[in-house]
Unconditional design. Structure first.
Length: 270
């Protein structure tokens, strides 16, 4: 995967866990890609155990020094809800070829090198449904309500929680200091910014439909007026109107448009 990363312009990685050793395995490729102007983003889960504070802080520091690298955290550490995806989307923006890796490998040394893992590797272009579905899934993870842009204070709170978690004592789990620390973590997460959807988050059908949207309020039927144009771009699709409706729902789910009711919509203005 490292050699592939060097050659690409758009890299999206969503994993449940990441470690500093895992990042080190691909860091030289990440650095080379960034130097060539690639856009790279990481969606990380926080479990107070496997996802290492040092790994988060390393990526956070890189993001502060390079606008083309972003780190987003899933700000929930509730034991009843485990954040567990593993998706790698690697795209060459010049010819729209995409490599989708979906499976069991986290961005850890074990996930990338030592463990017995199973992953599907799909090579296709942005017009194919399997690629479009992969990006839809990724964007739902990216724009989840609990997804935040971390800062130093947030990462320090997470680091403190990880240090306590290593003790594994029953007394510790009832510890008032831990309860207060968890409360501070939860309150801090509510103050952080969330990733904002933009045109660069879209590919294929979603991007096409969005580019045809009026800036003011519009109806689904207005988009049907472009049915022939869409058909010219995607001649193999025999149900253009259904595809338009589907993409409007996708754009709604990630926050680029709002549904006003009765097939009426409006773009979300910043």
């Amino acid at each position: 995967m490292s050699q592939t990363i060097i050659q690409l312009k758009d890299i999206k990685i969503a994993v449940a866990f990441l470690s500093i050793r895992g990042i080190n395995l691909i860091y030289s490729s990440i650095d080379s890609a960034l130097r060539k102007g690639a856009s790279i983003e990481f969606l990380a889960g926080l479990d107070m155990q496997t996802t290492e504070p040092a790994a988060l802080q390393f990526l956070h520091s890189l993001s502060k020094n390079n606008n083309n690298l972003s780190l987003y955290c899933y700000a929930s550490i509730e034991p009843s809800s485990i954040y567990h995806p593993k998706i790698y989307l690697l795209r060459n923006s010049e010819d729209n070829k995409v490599i989708c890796i979906v499976g069991s490998s986290n961005l850890t040394e074990g996930g990338l090198r030592r463990n017995i893992e199973a992953n599907f590797v799909i090579e296709a272009d942005t017009s194919q449904e399997i690629v479009l579905d992969s990006y839809i899934t990724y964007n739902r993870l990216k724009f989840h309500p609990k997804r935040v842009i971390p800062d130093d204070e947030f990462l320090k709170l997470y680091s403190d929680l990880c240090s306590l978690e290593k003790k594994h004592h029953t007394e510790y789990r009832k510890n008032e200091y831990r309860r207060n620390l968890l409360k501070c973590f939860e309150e801090k997460s509510k103050t952080l910014q969330h990733p904002k959807p933009a045109l660069k988050d879209l590919i294929g059908w979603a991007k096409l439909v969005f580019e045809y949207l009026p800036d003011k309020e519009f109806s689904t039927s207005q988009l049907y007026e472009h049915e022939q144009e869409f058909s010219n771009i995607y001649p193999e699709n025999r149900n253009i109107r259904a595809k338009i409706r589907q993409q409007l729902q996708v754009l709604r789910d990630i926050g680029l448009i709002k549904h006003l009711g009765k097939s009426h919509w409006i773009k979300v203005q910043e």
